[in-house]
Design a protein around this ligand. Structure first.
Ligand SMILES: C[S@@+](CC[C@H](N)C(=O)[O-])C[C@H]1O[C@@H](n2cnc3c(N)ncnc32)[C@H](O)[C@@H]1O
Length: 235
């Protein structure tokens, strides 16, 4: 499982995976649904998503993997600021940098981390599925905290992988995703899901270990990338 990968190994694996995303135009597809404005990106990874976002926006990206930050910096050069920090342990300086940037949109695409990081922030003795879930929830809590979701933020754009029933229909999927995310994340900060888009993602070329795939996938389901956009509710 990728939970055992150290930061360098995780970098190499994510470089491969994000190259497949690039070729399949996943990042270009996602940027279609990102509203205009200053973007605070959580996790630059290899910089492929950052690169696409930069075509239309000012971007401040946060990450703490030196190997990935170096790769991203090579790709995007001086165009975006990558700030090295651990978003689970933000310092006052990190918080000031975020606030001064006045983000309008938070982007959190494919959030996850290397094994050392996930081990550090999750309960000992839990299985890998639970660890990943715990880690993801910690990141979601940070995204919705006042340090990241400052008063200037109007939108939060998430992207995840998921598995859908083959009788998927857009309306039902929107309703189910909205219910799940509004209940667990957005309603407590007065945001709500306003748009959900799905792109089939067969993962046949991928070596990345997608959580849940081996358990839930069958001939009545398909794998997909999900774009989830939430907006601050009018007060
Ligand atoms: C799976 S990659 C996705 C990168 C990028 N969003 C993309 O779509 O290609 C997750 C990124 O988040 C970063 N990350 C995860 N947890 C982090 C944390 N606590 N602090 C800073 N960066 C973190 C990882 O280093 C990695 O670059």
């Amino acid at each position: 499982m990728d939970q055992l990968l150290n930061k360098e190994q995780y970098c190499n694996t994510w470089m491969e995976e994000s190259e497949i995303f690039r070729k399949k135009m996943v990042y270009q597809w996602l940027t279609n649904f990102t509203p205009n404005g200053n973007i605070l990106e959580l996790g630059c990874g290899s910089g492929q998503g950052t690169y696409q976002l930069l075509k239309k926006h000012q971007v401040l990206s946060l990450d703490n993997n030196d190997f990935l930050i170096n790769e991203a910096a090579k790709l995007i050069k001086e165009q975006a600021k990558i700030h090295k920090c651990n978003f689970l342990e933000l310092t006052q300086e990190d918080k000031n940098i975020i606030k001064d940037f006045a983000p309008k949109v938070i982007v959190g695409w494919f959030l996850g981390s290397d094994g050392e990081e996930v081990e550090k922030y999750t309960d000992k003795g839990t299985n890998s599925e639970e660890k990943w879930d715990q880690y993801r929830k910690k990141i979601e809590d940070i995204i919705t905290s006042p340090d990241i979701c400052t008063p200037s933020v109007e939108y939060i754009h998430l992207a995840n992988r998921n598995i859908f029933s083959s009788n998927y229909n857009e309306q039902k999927t929107f309703a189910a995703t909205k219910k799940e995310y509004d209940t667990s994340i957005f309603s407590k900060i007065n945001f709500e899901v306003v748009d959900v888009k799905i792109m089939a993602w067969p993962t046949k070329d991928s070596h990345f270990q997608y959580i849940g795939n081996q358990y839930y996938s069958n001939e009545n389901s398909f794998k997909a990338i999900v774009s989830i956009l939430a907006r601050r509710k009018a007060t």
